[in-house]
Design a binder for this molecule. Structure first.
Ligand SMILES: O=C[C@H](O)[C@H](O)COP(=O)(O)O
Ligand SMILES: C=C(OP(=O)(O)O)C(=O)O
Length: 486
C-alpha cells in the first residue's frame, strides 16, 4: 500500500475573466520569460479568414454562433497558471531534466466518461510513468489525451457503405459514429455536450489524483504477462525484472517516508487534445488580465495535427496567438524548411517550454525522415522538446479491412527514433501513445493475434494499445533509457 500519493494537480476554480499568469507554487524560474504580447494582427477568431483543411460543414451557422456564445460564458476548463506550470515543466524537459509521457484515447467519447474507464486510464499512465522514471532516472510529466480529445481529423470527408455516402465520423464533438444521416450530420450542440463531459472528466481526474492513487498495488503484482512469455531473451527478462525490483524498492522506501517530499509522491496529470475544431477552441480562449496575452483554456496543451500543420492555414493561425505550450505532429513528408517555418511562426520569441515536436514517421521511414529534422533544428539552435509518437505512422489494414497496429512496428519506431537522437546528440524527451486501460484487442502483439482483433475492438477511429501492451512498451523504453543514460 502506498500511503498518501498526494497530488499537486491544480484544482483551483477560475472565472471568466480569470487567467492570472502568476507563478504557480513550485514553478521553476525556467518559466521565464513570460509569453510575449500577442501579435497585433491576431485575435481568437482571426483563424476564420484562413483556409481550414478539416473545417466542419455545419448547416446552420446561427446555431454555431449560439453555442459558441454559450461556451464563451462558461468557466474555463483549466487555468492559465496550470498551463504555465506545464510550460515550465516542458522547459525543463527540453533541457533533458524531465521526460514527458503523453497518452490516452484516439477518439475520446462522451459514452466513455465513466469512473471505471477514467480510473483505468489514469492507472496505466501512472504505472507507465513510474516505470519510465526508474528507467530514465528523471521525473516524468504525465499528459493525458483526455478531457477534450473529442474531435478527429479524417483522411476523407465522407464514408461510403453499401452505396450510401455520408460524412465521416469526425469525433463526438462534431457528429455521431452511427452510420445514419441523422447521426453523421454535424451538430453544434455537441460542442456544448463535449465541454460538459470534459469538465466532468477533469473534475474526476482532479479528485482522483488527490487521493485515489494511494491504492496503487505493488509493481510485483502488476500483470506483466509479457515477462513470462516464451522466447523473451533472458537479458530482456532480467532487465524487466530489475526495473520491477527497483520500482518496488523505491515505492516501499517512499511508504516509509510517508510519501512526503519525494518526486514519486506528486501525482500530477495535465490534459491535451488536438486543437481541431476552432469554434470550440476559440470559444474558451481568454485574455490574461495583466498583459496582452491569450490562453486556450479548453486544455493545458493543444496540438497541431499532421493534417492541419499547413503554414498559412487556420490552425497555425489560431495557435500562434495563444500562450499554451503546443504540440506539433510531424509526419514523414514534412521538410526541414517546413519545420523551421513553423517554429518561426509559432515561437518567434523562443519561449522555453512552448514547442513540443511530436514525430510520427512510421518504423520504415523514421530512419531516413527524422535525422534531417533533428540536424536542422539543432543547427538553428531552436529550443524544442522532441517526442516520439510511434502510433500514427504504423497504422495498417488487415486483409479483412480492420485498422490495426503491430506492437513490433511501434517498438521498432521507438528504437529507431532513439538511434537517430543518439546519432545527432539530441534528447528524446517524451513518448506519445494511443492507449486505454481496458483490455481491448485493437493492436496486434503479446496475447493479441490478428484473429483476436474482433474480440474487443472498441475504438471509433484508430487502434489503441491495451493495458498489458502499454505497460510492456514502457518496460522496453525503460530498458533503452537505462542503456543510454549515464
Ligand atoms: O488519429 C488520427 C486520424 O484521425 C486517423 O488516423 C484518421 O483516420 P482515417 O485515415 O481513417 O480518416
Ligand atoms: C490525428 C492524430 O495524429 P496525426 O495528426 O499525427 O495523424 C492524433 O494524434 O489523433
Amino acid at each position: 500500500m502506498i500511503h498518501e500519493i498526494a497530488t499537486s494537480t491544480p484544482a483551483r476554480s477560475s472565472s471568466n475573466s480569470e487567467v492570472a499568469a502568476e507563478r504557480a507554487p513550485g514553478e521553476s524560474p525556467l518559466a521565464r520569460p513570460r509569453p510575449p504580447a500577442r501579435a497585433s494582427d491576431w485575435s481568437p477568431t482571426s483563424w476564420k479568414n484562413k483556409p481550414d483543411p478539416q473545417a466542419t460543414r455545419y448547416d446552420e451557422p446561427a446555431a454555431v454562433e449560439r453555442v459558441v456564445s454559450r461556451i464563451e460564458e462558461l468557466p474555463p476548463l483549466v487555468s492559465s497558471w496550470e498551463v504555465e506550470r506545464l510550460r515550465s515543466l516542458i522547459a525543463e524537459a527540453q533541457l533533458g531534466r524531465r521526460f514527458v509521457l503523453q497518452g490516452g484515447d484516439c477518439a475520446e467519447t462522451m459514452r466513455d466518461c465513466r469512473a471505471g474507464t477514467i480510473v483505468k486510464k489514469l492507472d496505466i499512465l501512472l504505472k507507465m510513468s513510474l516505470v519510465l522514471l526508474v528507467g530514465g532516472r528523471r521525473p516524468v510529466v504525465r499528459v493525458g489525451r483526455f478531457a477534450g480529445q473529442y474531435a478527429k481529423p479524417r483522411s476523407r470527408p465522407t464514408e461510403l457503405r453499401g452505396g450510401l455516402e455520408l460524412p465521416s465520423y469526425f469525433g463526438d464533438l462534431v457528429n455521431g459514429p452511427e452510420f445514419t444521416p441523422e447521426a453523421r450530420r454535424p451538430d453544434p450542440e455537441r460542442m456544448l455536450a463535449c465541454y460538459q463531459h470534459a469538465a466532468m472528466t477533469l473534475n474526476f481526474v482532479r479528485s482522483f489524483s488527490a487521493g485515489g492513487l494511494s491504492d496503487l498495488e505493488r509493481p510485483e503484482r502488476w500483470s506483466l504477462s509479457f515477462s513470462e512469455r516464451d522466447g523473451l531473451p533472458a537479458a530482456v527478462r532480467e532487465s524487466f525484472q530489475a526495473t520491477t525490483r527497483q520500482l518496488g524498492d523505491a515505492l516501499r522506501c517512499m511508504d516509509a517516508l510517508g510519501g512526503a517530499g519525494n518526486e514519486l509522491s506528486r501525482v500530477e496529470f495535465f490534459t491535451s487534445h488536438e486543437a481541431l475544431n476552432l469554434h470550440y477552441e476559440s470559444a474558451q480562449t481568454r485574455p490574461a488580465p495583466d498583459r496582452d496575452a491569450y490562453y486556450d483554456l479548453t486544455t493545458h496543451m493543444p496540438w497541431l495535427g499532421e493534417r492541419t500543420r499547413v503554414s498559412g492555414g487556420a490552425h497555425v493561425e489560431f495557435l500562434r496567438g495563444i500562450s499554451n505550450p503546443i504540440g506539433i505532429k510531424l509526419g514523414p513528408t514534412v521538410s526541414p524548411v517546413d519545420v523551421l517555418r513553423l517554429l518561426d511562426t509559432l515561437n518567434p520569441g523562443e519561449i522555453p517550454g512552448r514547442i513540443v515536436l511530436i514525430t510520427r514517421m512510421g518504423a520504415t521511414r523514421v530512419g531516413d525522415a527524422l535525422p534531417p529534422l533533428l540536424e536542422v533544428v539543432k543547427r538553428a539552435g531552436r529550443r524544442v522538446l522532441w517526442v516520439c509518437d510511434p502510433m500514427h505512422g504504423n497504422t495498417i489494414t488487415t486483409s479483412s479491412g480492420v485498422k490495426t497496429r503491430e506492437f513490433a512496428s511501434i517498438l521498432r519506431e521507438i528504437e529507431r527514433t532513439y538511434d537517430a537522437h543518439d546519432a545527432c546528440g539530441t534528447y528524446l524527451g517524451g513518448v506519445h501513445f494511443e492507449l486505454t486501460g481496458d483490455d481491448v484487442t485493437e493492436c496486434i502483439g503479446g496475447s493479441v493475434r490478428e484473429e483476436d482483433l474482433s474480440r474487443a475492438y472498441e475504438t471509433l477511429c484508430d487502434p489503441r494499445l491495451n493495458q498489458a501492451q502499454a505497460l510492456e512498451l514502457s518496460y522496453c523504453i525503460a530498458r533503452r533509457m537505462r542503456a543510454t543514460s549515464p
